[in-house]
Design a protein around this ligand. Structure first.
Ligand SMILES: Cc1cc2nc3c(=O)[nH]c(=O)nc-3n(C[C@H](O)[C@H](O)[C@H](O)COP(=O)(O)OP(=O)(O)OC[C@H]3O[C@@H](n4cnc5c(N)ncnc54)[C@H](O)[C@@H]3O)c2cc1C
Length: 495
């Protein structure tokens, strides 16, 4: 038997850690290079709630991912199922059928086996009760195909994966920024690294790039996403500035996917420019399907109830960016405030509250008060109150006669106190990236694999266009990270 291969993994989030563990379990000697210092480690993965979209067939499959699931929980919960066909439909519909079929099939078909692999390695999963289910007549019903979260959310996931990587003998270096790829005779042989002000060369048999997209670079955002994107807030890490994509393109890799597209959401108006690990994802404001959203002209500009939140939130951030002052207000009345997600109760919130709509208008800084009051009056008159309200299904309780309808979950705003939450656009990650095949090999301009180079996670292009089904990012990173690790270690692919 030959000597084990040396694999370098660039990145420190979910995709990189899964890749490192997989390479190590397949016999490689692995070093992981994380650009962030230890305190800020873990990339966007650490900012997540750990929600993971996975194909499953009823509670039996869930029980195998979550052995702690009790009989009482199973008895009181309608977990439903999420078939591969549903996942395909969701991904196809949301990406306007542009998603790369090879990547989509790999993501979907490997999703359950990959979560099982993570579970066997020591990652704990739980049902996402808090954010993805509603209690209807004594039974808890999940909706939108997103049922599983990791224990401890994103921080728990990163810590657990790091522990597992350590147990597998992976060397993890923090504050180590990869700056370029080293190629010899058309094969990638290592990376140059900047660490503690010193530049160094690390040699390897294979390199896995899993170092995120370019959402944290103001210049790249403006260059590729377009005018105005310099004004977006970054939801997560400040370290994803496109380094991996840049290095690979310089080495001859082909760009792929929706370079002018990204995942962006409603984010607290006064959130800082980059994510704050103490707040995590709680600056997001995802309960808009229960209310109405207006810009400072007092006009609605999206169908708040077009689909389940999981299928609209990632594209509505950019709609907010297009509004005057790049901001908007989410408005609710007392009927629904109890059902607002936990993120509406954080200390760092931009909220106004009032006993009447007119009073509320006066408190919303920058608002055209007259127009806002008229919008709410018209909206209230248009609600199809004869249709029962049920947030756990697409209830068809919409509006009648409005040029911009609300298609589901419409309620008149008529019960004080009223609340309005100020939001802006928070960018999550970019959709464009590198061309990667099913084996997680990075392809060159000639569509042939660049020998010795693999990729996974956010820096892959071709999977997401225009929109994104919630919980797919972590699953994608885990699926392709695992494959990249196995193949970089020499598992059947000439890497
Ligand atoms: C607030 C928030 C909430 C989210 N919630 C969810 C959710 O619940 N479910 C879900 O599926 N997705 C969620 N996402 C999306 C999800 O975070 C990403 O899809 C996923 O984490 C990407 O994983 P990754 O490993 O590719 O990237 P990251 O986790 O961002 O990791 C990239 C890593 O690369 C490192 N790096 C960058 N440049 C270099 C370099 N030159 N050298 C070395 N290292 C480098 C960074 O420091 C970082 O550690 C959320 C994102 C955010 C921001």
């Amino acid at each position: 038997m030959g000597e084990s291969r040396q694999v370098l993994v660039v990145g420190g989030g979910n995709a990189a850690l899964c890749a490192a563990i997989s390479a190590a379990e397949n016999g490689a000697r692995v070093t992981l290079l994380e650009r962030a210092p230890f305190e800020l480690r873990g990339g966007n993965s650490r900012f997540t709630a750990g929600a993971m979209r996975v194909v499953y067939n009823g509670s039996k499959d869930l029980k195998s991912l979550m052995p702690d699931l009790t009989d009482a929980e199973i008895a009181r919960t309608d977990f439903g199922s999420y078939s591969r066909e549903q996942f395909f439909d969701d991904l196809g519909r949301l990406t306007q059928y542009r998603t790369d079929p090879d990547l989509a099939e790999t993501l979907i078909d490997e999703s359950f086996a990959t979560l099982q692999w993570m579970q066997e390695k020591g990652v704990r999963f739980l049902p996402l009760y808090g954010r993805q289910s509603f209690e209807i007549k004594g039974r808890v019903r999940f909706w939108g195909g997103l049922t599983v979260e990791t224990w401890g959310g994103g921080p728990g996931l990163v810590d657990t994966l790091t522990d597992i990587a350590n147990k597998h003998g992976v060397t993890v270096l923090y504050g180590a920024r990869a700056t370029g790829l080293i190629s010899e005779h058309g094969r990638v042989r290592g990376v140059t690294v900047l660490r503690e002000g010193e530049s160094d060369v690390y040699h390897a048999d294979a390199v896995i790039l899993a170092c995120g997209g370019f959402e944290s670079s103001t210049t790249w955002r403006t260059r590729y996403l377009g005018a105005g994107w310099d004004l977006a807030k970054v939801r997560g890490t400040r370290f994803n500035t496109g380094d991996g994509i840049d290095m690979a393109l310089t080495a001859g890799a082909a760009p792929r996917g929706h370079w002018s597209g990204c995942h962006a959401v409603a984010w607290d108006l006064n959130a800082p420019d980059f994510g704050d690990l103490n707040v995590g994802d709680n600056f997001q404001k995802h309960s808009y399907p229960l209310g109405v959203v207006v810009n400072n002209n007092g006009e609605r500009f999206v169908d708040e109830g077009a689909d389940f939140r999981n299928f609209t939130y990632a594209k509505y951030g950019q709609e907010i960016l297009r509004q005057p002052r790049q901001s908007a207000w989410q408005v609710f009345d007392a009927k629904v405030t109890e059902n607002l997600r936990d993120e509406y109760r954080i200390r760092q919130i931009t909220r106004v509250r009032a006993g009447s709509i007119a009073e509320l208008a006066a408190k919303m800084e920058g608002m055209n008060e007259t127009a806002f009051v008229q919008t709410i009056e018209k909206f209230n008159a248009a609600v199809m109150t004869e249709v029962p309200f049920d947030p756990s299904i697409k209830d068809g309780r919409g509006t009648r006669g409005l040029i911009l309808p609300k298609s589901n979950w419409a309620n008149p705003l008529d019960e004080p106190p009223f609340e309005a939450y100020g939001v802006t656009c928070g960018i999550t990650f970019t959709f464009g990236g590198l061309h990667i095949n099913r084996a997680a090999q990075v392809l060159g301009q000639d569509e042939k694999p660049i020998q010795g180079l693999f990729g996974a996670g956010e820096l892959m292009g071709g999977l997401f266009y225009f929109n994104y089904p919630g919980g797919s990012g972590l699953t994608s990173g885990a699926v392709f990270g695992r494959i990249a690790g196995r193949n970089a270690a020499g598992g059947g692919i000439e890497g």
